[in-house]
Design a protein around this ligand. Structure first.
Ligand code: PGA
Length: 237
């Protein structure tokens, strides 16, 4: 079994982004099934999994995660600890045990009006707490976004290339186009890890793993059976 995966580079990253989905009872069911699949699984030696639930479920997920699977958050305040009603800051996330934070997701930019400056501040807050920012970018603002962050900051991020038209639509971007953008991002940002997000599922994950460092997975992470298959497929060449 081990040899099946042995040629695959370790430290591929797969992030389950649950967005604003699930109630407590559903989280409970997901965690139980996920643990049955992945507790002590050798697959975890080859891929870094991250689960990023909605904030009210962070605690429940933290308690149930198998060893080696990391806890993620989907958003963070651009401000430090202080009088910012409704905001959760990076220090609080760190204190709680969060290891990855998704920043600059297009849904945050579109529906919550986060701009490049906000995103840059979030990245800085997160890095100051030694949490890994997963900085989401679409093709159209790679240069503008890069201009707000210096290169030493950028090299500490994971970049998630997320073409707008591919998110939640079932229209995953062809792998050839993703490869070009991954290369463009590396030209601008240096040798940072770059993952792809946008309608990744068990049928297409394998291709993206060959040309990037992993995937940010929304819809296909909500069901454990589907997500498990996706993880399996991500490791088979
Ligand atoms: P999707 O979402 O997999 O449902 O397209 C990806 C994302 O937005 O992170």
């Amino acid at each position: 079994m081990l040899s099946r995966y042995s040629e695959v580079m370790k430290e591929k990253l797969i992030i389950a982004n649950w967005k604003s989905h699930k109630l407590e009872v559903e989280v409970s069911k997901w965690m139980t099934e996920f643990k049955q699949q992945f507790q002590s699984s050798e697959l975890l030696e080859f891929v870094q999994l991250v689960v990023a639930p909605a904030l009210p479920h962070l605690h429940q997920v933290k308690l149930e995660l198998p060893d080696g699977v990391a806890l993620g958050a989907q958003a963070v305040s651009p401000f430090p600890m202080g009088s910012y009603t409704g905001a959760v800051n990076a220090q609080q996330l760190k204190d709680f045990g969060v290891q990855y934070v998704i920043v600059g997701h297009s849904e945050r930019r579109r529906y919550f009006h986060e701009n490049h400056q906000d995103v840059a501040k979030q990245v800085q807050e997160v890095l100051a707490q030694q949490i890994k920012p997963v900085l989401c970018l679409d093709k159209d603002y790679i240069d503008e976004q890069a201009a707000t962050l210096d290169s030493s900051t950028l090299k500490d991020c994971v970049i998630a290339y997320e073409p707008l038209a591919a998110i939640g639509t079932g229209n995953n971007e062809p792998v050839g186009e993703v490869k070009q953008v991954v290369e463009q991002i590396r030209d601008v940002y240096g040798q940072v890890p770059v993952i792809y997000g946008g309608s990744v599922d068990q049928s297409n994950i394998g291709e993206y793993m060959l040309i990037s460092d992993g995937a940010l997975v929304g819809g296909a992470s909500l069901d454990v059976a589907q997500f498990s298959q996706l993880i399996e497929k991500s490791l088979v060449k």
